[in-house]
Design a protein around this ligand. Structure first.
Ligand code: FES
Length: 93
């Protein structure tokens, strides 16, 4: 992953409350994070990916957000491709 601070950064909530708790990890955040970090746009250095421990929107997870931007929830692994396209296109328009 790149460390270029001028690039958009997508933050993924990775809080895990364990069995029975409602959290982003319980709702698929690890799969979303994995899909993001393996995505060609991220590997090419167009977007950075980071993690946070909670956005306070736990019932709608997996929750992601472009740093200082809009929330996207839920964002499941299957939707990462379209989400990254929208983030990169928004940054370049
Ligand atoms: S557990 Fe993800 S927003 Fe709280």
């Amino acid at each position: 992953m790149t460390d270029d601070r001028t690039l958009p950064e997508i933050l993924v909530c990775v809080r895990d409350r364990g069995e029975g708790g409602s959290s982003c990890v319980g709702r698929g955040a690890r799969q979303t994070l994995d899909a993001l970090t393996r995505h060609p746009r991220v590997l090419a250095g167009q977007v950075r990916v980071g993690t946070v421990t909670c956005f306070g929107r736990c019932m709608t997870g997996p929750v992601v957000r472009v740093r200082a931007g809009a929330f996207q929830a839920p964002l499941h692994a299957a939707d990462v491709d379209a989400y990254l396209d929208a983030v990169v296109n928004d940054q370049t328009s």
